[in-house]
Design a protein around this ligand. Structure first.
Ligand SMILES: Cc1cc2nc3c(=O)[nH]c(=O)nc-3n(C[C@H](O)[C@H](O)[C@H](O)COP(=O)(O)OP(=O)(O)OC[C@H]3O[C@@H](n4cnc5c(N)ncnc54)[C@H](O)[C@@H]3O)c2cc1C
Length: 282
């Protein structure tokens, strides 16, 4: 789609240059498909030249401009230590995109998170792994926020005007965890209708992240001595996620999404608690 109100394309990643009528431009797959009559300038983040993926001893830092193709390549990065078993989540998460060549190669992790759709696979992946965002504001300040808290509803998040997601950090403790992944869609290559990701940390903490079926990521955490039975898990899911928290659209009606979330939750729990425990080899 032509954005015919645009007067300038500015190569900058400096929030102090942001003014009313501007939008950050990353992969452009939302901006150029949905359009907006109110935009006058695009601030081009791809000009920043940020390193897409930095493997550190305490975790992985992704530039917000890291593309889905670059994220998909991370499991092959020789710098990734073998004990980071949760790296195995990256590929099924990327495969959850209803992805054309353009989405795969141009759309970015930051753009997916900022768009904040219920079916945002980068949101699911990063929320499940305790990922946090570094956010830069137009007044020069910086804040950090958990991805799970950042998305507050369907296409809604805590970004204020002009704020920029600079990077996403995923910590070592979550990367060492054993994980289980389940996803369902109403059709073969359809948009995600329900996704449940389970994580069993080395200290025994169990974290279940529900997304896709809900308007925002929802998490349940169980301490090492407090792992639930399937019945208790279902009760906790029903307590934590009200019927209105389930998303309702053409990709899945609310009762179906709720039923599938309960089913996938029990499957994930069974997989994590029945097979080799924390500390086992990858
Ligand atoms: C065919 C097709 C299939 C799709 N399938 C899916 C899907 O399965 N799941 C899904 O979630 N989405 C899907 N999308 C929507 C979209 O393409 C993705 O969410 C994509 O990841 C957006 O990334 P982008 O870099 O292209 O964002 P852009 O279009 O560049 O930006 C999107 C929005 O985010 C803002 N933004 C971008 N980067 C930043 C940043 N670093 N800081 C602050 N704000 C920023 C922009 O200003 C804009 O408002 C699909 C789109 C198409 C066209």
């Amino acid at each position: 789609m032509d954005l015919n109100t645009i007067e300038a394309m500015v190569p900058t990643a400096d929030p102090r240059e942001f003014r009313t009528g501007d939008a950050w431009l990353a992969g452009g797959t939302v901006l150029f498909s949905e359009g907006s009559p109110n935009l006058t300038r695009l601030l081009d983040l791809t000009s920043a030249g940020w390193t897409p993926v930095t493997v550190r001893t305490d975790g992985i830092e992704f530039a917000s401009t890291c593309t889905i193709a670059e994220l998909y390549a991370v499991p092959e990065d020789p710098a990734v230590p073998p004990q980071w078993r949760a790296i195995d989540l990256i590929r099924p998460a990327c495969d959850s995109f209803v992805a054309s060549f353009k989405i795969w190669n141009l759309s970015t992790m930051g753009g997916n998170i900022a768009t904040s759709l219920p079916a945002g696979p980068v949101i699911s992946l990063c929320a499940a792994l305790d990922g946090s965002l570094e956010i830069h504001a137009p007044d020069g300040s910086t804040r950090r926020e958990m991805v799970a808290d950042f998305v507050v509803g369907d296409a809604a998040n805590t970004l204020r005007p002009g704020e920029l997601i600079r990077s996403i950090f995923v910590p070592d403790h979550a990367l060492r965890a054993r994980t289980a992944f389940r996803r369902l869609s109403l059709t073969n290559l359809g948009r995600t209708g329900a996704m449940v990701i389970g994580r069993l940390d080395q200290d025994g903490l169990l974290v279940l992240t529900v997304s896709g079926s809900t308007t925002r990521p929802m998490q349940l955490r169980f301490g090492p001595g407090d792992h639930p039975t399937p019945y208790r898990l279902l009760a906790r899911l029903d307590d934590a996620i009200a019927p209105a928290d389930y998303h309702d659209d053409i990709h899945g009606r609310r009762p179906w999404r709720q039923a599938m979330t309960r089913r996938l939750g029990v499957e994930v729990l069974g997989e994590l608690l029945s097979s080799p425990g924390p500390g086992s080899e990858r």
